[in-house]
Design a protein around this ligand. Structure first.
Ligand code: CP
Length: 306
């Protein structure tokens, strides 16, 4: 394929390219019908070696809404990975069948290995605790749509900042915009990795780390809540101790700005009380909708379809 391009990391696209992608997502939102045959005859493969609801189904919906078709697996135990096939061999096989592939894998870097062997565009749909670029595209589009711009705001990221790949991707992506101030809210065991704080220090970007959510609530324009991820813990005892460390409820929201939006990549467990779902500041289900538009835009862009 000419101009073969993958999406491994949000930084693979320049800020200008992301603006074009978000503009295209906005056009798609306004005119879904107008895009409904853009991918006629194209096939998306979704290769998911880890569980997913949103990412896999939104990729598949995106391709179906564009007029294309989907193949794939949602459970690696039903694929030849169970017989020992490598990701490198699997993507060579998938390249014979599909035009584009979205891959989720529990091992950091696995989609990158796939991309290096692929003759079709590969999209990283989440690799271990590393990156989740299309969630980041979703988050950026949501912020841009709600706030009108991607600059000059304070964002609190709360919960599992150590293993949370959505958090790592989002911090990386936001570090390229002007006037972003980060507040990291986590227990000390789940602090954001040193390589990320080091990157922020080198770029001269403001950040602070706190344990108590209540004390910083009034400063935030966005609060990005995350789940404590059972599947990334090495022992159950630590998970049980930390899983309910933060629960956002009406009492805490009373401390927030009138226009502070709550984001969450989902799935949620207990960290946002369902009593907040009707609060106009709860934007996490809107975020899912934006994820569909941005994945449609990404498929079109990687397939070079105008
Ligand atoms: N946000 C997200 O990645 O959700 P899924 O795990 O359901 O795909």
């Amino acid at each position: 394929m000419e101009n073969l391009r993958h999406m491994m990391n949000p930084l693979d696209f320049s800020v200008e390219e992301l603006e074009s992608l978000f503009d295209l997502a906005g056009e798609i939102e306004k005119d879904m019908e107008g895009y409904s045959h853009k991918c006629d005859g194209k096939i998306l493969a979704t290769c998911f070696y880890e569980p997913s609801t949103r990412t896999r189904l939104s990729f598949e919906t995106a391709m179906l809404r564009l007029g294309g078709k989907c193949i794939g697996f949602a459970d690696a135990s039903n694929s030849s990975a169970a017989k020992g096939e490598s990701v490198a061999d699997t993507i060579r096989v998938i390249s014979c069948f599909a035009d584009i592939c979205a891959m989720r894998h529990p091992k950091e870097g696995a989609p990158m290995v796939a991309a290096s062997r692929s003759s079709i565009p590969v999209i990283n749909a989440g690799d271990g605790g590393h990156q989740h670029p299309t969630q980041t595209l979703t988050d950026l589009l949501t912020i841009r749509s709600l706030y009108g711009k991607l600059s000059n705001f304070t964002i609190g990221l709360c919960g599992d900042l150590k293993f949370g790949r959505t958090v790592h991707s989002l911090i990386n992506a936001l570090s390229r915009y002007e006037g972003i101030r980060f507040i990291f809210i986590s227990p000390k065991e789940l602090r954001v990795p040193d390589y990320i704080t080091e990157m922020l220090r080198q770029k001269g970007i403001q950040y602070e780390e706190v344990i108590k959510l209540e004390e910083i609530m009034p400063q935030l324009d966005f609060l990005y809540m995350t789940r404590v991820q059972k599947e990334r813990f090495f022992n159950e005892e630590d998970y049980i101790r930390l899983r309910n460390f933060y629960i956002l409820d009406k009492e805490k929201m009373a401390l927030a700005k009138e226009k502070m939006f709550i984001l969450h990549p989902l799935p949620r467990v207990n960290e946002i009380s369902v009593e907040l779902d009707d609060d106009p500041r709860a934007a996490y289900f809107k975020q899912v909708q934006y994820g569909l538009y941005v994945r449609m835009a990404l498929i079109l862009t990687l397939l070079n379809i105008k």
